[in-house]
Design a protein around this ligand. Sequence first.
Ligand code: ZN
Length: 192
Amino acid sequence: MTLPIVQAGNPVLRALARELTREEIRSQEIQELIELMRETMRAAPGVGLAAPQIGASIKLTVIEDEAGERTKMTREELDARERYPVPFHVLFNPIIEPVGDEKVEFFEGCLSVAGYAGSTSRFRSVKVSALNEHGDEISINAKGWYARILQHEIDHLNGILYIDRMDTRTFTTGENKVRYWNESEKLGLQKD
Ligand code: ZN
């Protein structure tokens, strides 16, 4: 079973999502929501999904990147993006901070701005602290595409979309990105 993905214009995508308590995280309702979000992300297909994207204004995001299994990106394109497989995991109440000030720019898309992409500058390295699905504290050091996914998904929990950060003159349909922007990948954060 999958959930409908909310599209840009819905105010839930612009709200500041609320944090969950450890008790809430461990509840059956939230554990079931994690499974639904996992299935929805895989079916989309996407490499991350934040709760506001399915209409729930809570600080929860799921992430998984097969990085190459299904994407049409070449080895060279994957390497340029430092895009490597990231196993499925769940973040609650994440706090993100950049590591260093180096930024990298690539096309990015969003399941809630379906069919479009824009070149977006992101920190190359980030550090995230969060709670996992058991309510335990975790900390993550990420680089490259994984760092980009984290920045994109955690932005969702704060009411921010990539279109707020992109170079607006690069905004394009997915089709025109392949046609005019020398990109074989179809859409930034989508798998293929
Ligand atoms: Zn998104």
